[in-house]
Design a protein around this ligand. Sequence first.
Ligand code: MG
Length: 381
Amino acid sequence: MKKIAILGSTGSIGTQTLDVCRRSGIEVYSAAAASNTRLLAEQAREFGMKKVCIFNSDKYNEMKTLLADTDTSVVSGMEGLCELASDKITDLVVNSVVGMLGLLPTLTAIESGHDVALANKETLVTGGQLVMPAAKKHGVKIYPIDSEHSAIFQCLQGNKASQLRSIILTASGGPFFGKNKDELKNVTAEQALSHPNWSMGSKITIDSATMMNKGLELIEAKWLFGVDTEQINIIIHRQSVIHSAVEYNDGAVIAQLGIPDMRIPISYALMYPDRPDSGLKRLSLTDYGTLTFEKPDYDTFDCLRACVNAAKEGGDRPCIANGINEIAVRMFLDGKIPFLRIGELVEKGVCTLPVFDVSSYDGVCAADSAAREFAQKEVIG
Ligand code: MG
């Protein structure tokens, strides 16, 4: 049986990954959390984990105390995350941390020869140019957990990637689809946090409301499937039943459908190519009756437009867009900036910041820092 490490085990993807492990009997060797010591300790006990990492080093002693009567060892910080990612004994590393800080653990897992089940899209957005060649060099697989990318990956099975013409990347449109900028001026964090179809963490839910999430996914898809920006068509599909589709040279389009439940793509990433019974609710197409498709609104959703431009330009621009967005989302959640300011900041930074060389990890970090600093300065002055 597979042994896995879960980086980000107390978040939305992490807890759903543990659900899949509970059912399938996959052994969770180790897990990491940002700062939720209580839940991480509970998980460590339930799964008999050998090692845990609490990312927030201030919580290290508290974590040690909570697990004092067990034989689970405790590590912390980025060093701890990378230790979990590189442990010889694990077969697969699930990366579901939030943000660009997932990049180094991903690279570490790859260099240690471990396959990666990737939910942390910022890894590829900021460092795809490092991750994809490293995966090739070390002969490791990257299994997408993001539902759209899992769908595309599933649609590619048994076909020739070289005969792929285009990708249809579906988007739910988030809670604000159909609204114009005037109507979005005063939306609150609470309104932005209520997603119509998916239950997710706060960062990705805001990204979904601004459509930044779809922009990041476009860049993620470019790296994972080796296609150009122009080959990816984003369409709004409000029901989130078709998780994405691919078009082949002969005109055939293959889509992957299912209920919107992340445990399906998680299972596929963990057990590829097996598809054991998930115990989940079945898709009933007649319950939906109608599936709808519309064009995205690039005028209202600045983040989406900025990401498409960043994807076309390539180089450091995706990393710049991501860094600004990470700070802007935090500031919006903290009530420091209005909703529309997120997109304004991302677009301005992508257009005006100087170009960085992102051909090394340090280069990516320099671009990321400049982007974060830009966002802070724009707002605070
Ligand atoms: Mg997604």
